[in-house]
Design a protein around this ligand. Structure first.
Ligand code: HEM
Length: 561
């Protein structure tokens, strides 16, 4: 019996038999397998195993990679360390690798130019594989039009609306709201900076407050009411659980598409809670005082211009809070930790902030002109995500290999970020490599293709600007107020991926209140500061003098009359 010549259907039958899964009589089983294939193809596109007969272009089957029915060694490191499998595949097979996942052959790219070519072929409605657990949940609960699982024209319509709401001129209006939330964080840190401080939890709570404030202006109190509001606590726990399970679902056989497995039930419970909570809070803020309805937030903006069907709005807003919560927490947390571990880089950012934001007032323009701070964020030594994926809409050729239409093509970003080919000392924190002074523009372009924490092309992250704005404001305000340090014993925290990058050990950062000494840090700024009070004094003195003379004249006139 030769496995390599069998059809996927036969292989699936054998696997299920081996696993001894009870699926009823064989007839039903065959039908289920047929459904499973059809469903899988609706996620992943058409099967891609057809041979390609061209003499000049090499065949799809010839792309290097492991062979066998499950030719990706997931179990070797366990799911949270799956990024190590990608790194190993890169090392062993090179820039383009073919692996079998579930029913289909996938391609993984470890070359920025190949990634660029794939993105330029992504078509009018790019297809990203929606995590199967999300699709199963959306199908059972009837949110066919949920943005995260939408494809084709449905996706394009929703994307247009959301993109408009999150364009730079729109999001700059939220600077005061995000700043106010960050002030609360600074206050919290100054009151709770002791060895019991859970940095990761604090940042997560703050990001939840800030995201909800922009989304629907609810005063959620995740940070302020920490541990006191049961609903908030369950919401936070549920979002974390969903995020973990979304990543894990890629690596599990999707039995839950047919019947509810324990895995699915856990996801469903968490997702139900998140949506119920979101809808409740959205209802509260739409039925509240008329003042609430006037407030600046994305919910009110959608309700006012009626650009989105009303029944979709709660899903879109809850989805937005969910999408932004964990994703924005990660870069803030990792950047603070890196800056705490690299005092000299921290000092450089502090000087840049003190020079460019001297009075602490944050404006759209000032936030744009912080090159060193931006370089530090780019320099997160690993991307927040292990990588992203596109299903290619037409046949294409990469590295002279034919790739059939419908093949899921992954971008192995994590491995690329660790590649010495593109980064000198990739494991080290060197923000300077991203600065505009770096002469080799092509090198920077290739490096940028490797990092891409917000994804690529038309289907990249629409929340990028609002997330970046919050990250910048947070770093500015924290660094203006605190000096960060990481205790020696907390320098090595490890790394694992549950969709995003998490530390294996708790992140420890000491936040020491700064004595804000402008004299030492920015001499030119200091001179500006000296000029202003003198001017003000002179003006005040002049006004006092004028008033005094006027009063004197009045008294003289009075005594005359
Ligand atoms: C630092 C924070 C964030 C990171 C690193 C991030 C990252 C990503 C990535 C990598 C993708 C996939 C892109 C691709 O396939 O090319 C994505 C998609 C998406 N993100 Fe974000 N994201 C962040 C914040 C946000 C925020 C704040 C929101 C909501 C306002 C958001 C909403 C979305 C949505 C709706 C999609 C799906 C887009 C589509 O399918 O067209 N993200 N994000």
């Amino acid at each position: 019996m030769d496995f390599s010549t069998m059809t996927s259907l036969t292989k699936a039958r054998i696997i299920v038999r081996i696993l001894n899964v009870h699926m009823g009589p064989l007839k039903t089983f065959n039908r289920e397998i047929h459904n499973l294939r059809t469903l899988a193809h609706s996620f992943y596109g058409a099967t891609n195993a057809e041979p390609y007969s061209s003499t000049s272009v090499k065949r799809f089957q010839d792309i290097p990679g492991p062979r066998g029915i499950y030719s990706i060694p997931y179990t070797k490191y366990g799911f949270p360390k799956a990024y190590l499998v990608f790194r190993e595949l890169h090392k062993k097979y090179g820039r383009i690798v073919r692996v079998k996942m579930g029913f289909q052959w996938h391609v993984i790219l470890f070359d920025p130019e190949f990634i660029y070519t794939t993105i330029s072929h992504e078509g009018k409605y790019p297809v990203r594989i929606v995590p199967p657990i999300m699709t199963a949940y959306a199908k059972r609960h009837g949110f066919g039009k949920s943005f995260s699982s939408a494809q084709g024209k449905d996706w394009s319509n929703l994307r247009g609306i959301i993109q408009h709401k999150l364009k730079p001129t729109e999001i700059s209006k939220y600077i005061p709201i995000q700043s106010a939330c960050t002030d609360d964080l600074v206050h919290w840190l100054s009151m709770n900076n002791d060895e019991k401080l859970d940095v990761e939890d604090t940042i997560r709570r703050f990001v939840s407050d800030a995201t909800a404030a922009v989304g629907f202006n609810a005063k959620m109190g995740f940070l302020k009411d920490k541990g006191k509001n049961e609903e908030n606590e369950i919401f936070l726990k549920s979002t974390r659980q969903m995020m973990h399970m979304i990543g894990e679902s890629f690596y599990k056989f999707p039995f839950y598409l047919f019947f509810k497995t324990n895995f699915y039930n856990r996801y469903e419970e968490a997702a139900n809670y998140v949506y119920r909570y979101g809808f409740k809070r959205i209802k509260e803020s739409t039925t509240g005082s008329s003042e609430n309805k006037q407030e600046l937030n994305i919910l009110n903006s959608l309700l006012t211009d009626k650009s989105m069907p009303v029944d979709i709005i709660p899903y879109a807003i809850t989805g937005m809070v969910f999408s932004g919560l964990e994703t924005t927490t990660r870069p803030i947390l990792w950047t603070l930790w890196l800056l705490g571990s690299h005092k000299e880089k921290q000092q450089k950012i502090y000087e840049e902030i003190t020079t460019n934001v001297p009075d602490g007032e944050l404006t759209f323009d000032r936030l744009r002109h912080l090159p060193y701070l931006k370089a530090c964020i780019k320099e997160l030594i690993f991307p927040s995500l292990n990588g992203t994926v596109r299903v290619i809409p037409d046949d294409m050729t990469l590295d002279n290999y034919h790739i059939p239409k419908g093949t899921p093509v992954h971008f192995g970003l994590n491995s690329l970020c660790n590649s010495e080919e593109y980064f000198v000392c990739p494991e080290q924190f060197i923000p300077e490599r991203w600065l505009p002074e770096e002469k080799d523009r092509n090198k920077i372009r290739l490096m940028a293709m490797c990092v891409q924490p917000f994804g690529f092309g038309k289907r990249n992250c629409p929340g990028r600007r609002i997330a970046e704005q919050l990250i910048h404001i947070t770093l500015i305000k924290i660094l203006q107020n605190f000096e960060l340090s990481v205790p020696d014993e907390a320098r090595d925290v490890g790394l694992y991926y549950h969709t995003l990058a998490f530390p294996e050990k708790p992140i420890k950062i000491n936040f020491t209140k700064r004595k804000r000494d402008f004299k030492e840090l920015a001499p030119h700024l200091n001179s500006c500061r000296r000029v202003k009070p003198v001017h003000r004094c002179r003006t005040v003195k002049m006004i006092v003098k004028i008033l005094k003379t006027r009063d004197k004249k009045k008294t003289l006139q009075g005594s005359d009359s």
